[in-house]
Design a protein around this ligand. Structure first.
Ligand code: DAT
Ligand code: MG
Length: 151
């Protein structure tokens, strides 16, 4: 039971479809703490680094084109088991396999339009946070709800 940080990002389709607030709301109401958030239109270099481990996949060029198609909203969320719970809240990579109640299971259909990203492990989260944020963009503060969320 550790306090972790995870990297969650609303992808261009999530932004265009007006789902930024909905995605933020789910993490906020669950009890996670938002410590960094911005909007940016990512370039090819950043996206190729972000998805480096998928470079050999046949869908890689389409993935980069999709991710470059508009602004994204990268965020850092903090809290107990944030990485694992973030993945659970997002749902399966392919929305057709995402359970209803998850973000992907409630708001999308195609794997190539799956509206949000979430880190798949603690080390990945660290790498992704460093890639998308400068250290001074990550805030440190105590949530007033802390003792009402955690025992
Ligand atoms: P996740 O985003 O759940 O971590 P991933 O890291 O395996 O999944 O893949 C990154 C993104 O690439 C995923 O969100 C959508 C796309 N993708 C993955 N598998 C795909 C496939 N078989 N066909 C098309 N796009 C795919
Ligand atoms: Mg992934």
């Amino acid at each position: 039971m550790t306090t972790e940080r995870t990297f969650i990002m609303v992808k261009p389709d999530g932004v265009q479809r007006g789902l930024v607030g909905e995605i933020i709301k789910r993490f906020e109401t669950r009890g996670y703490k938002l410590v960094a958030c911005k909007m940016l239109w990512p370039g090819e270099d950043l996206l190729k680094k972000h998805y480096a481990e998928l470079a050999d996949k046949p869908f890689f060029p389409k993935l980069i084109t999709y991710m470059r198609s508009g602004p994204c909203v990268p965020m850092v969320w903090e809290g107990r088991e944030a990485v694992k719970m973030g993945r659970m809240m997002l749902g399966a990579t392919n929305p057709l396999q995402s359970n209803p109640g998850t973000i992907r299971g409630d708001f999308c259909i195609d794997v190539g339009r799956n509206i949000c990203h979430g880190s798949d492990g603690v080390e990945t989260a660290k790498r992704e946070i460093d890639l998308w944020f400068q250290p001074n963009e990550i805030t440190k503060y105590e949530s007033h709800s802390k003792d009402w969320v955690y025992e």
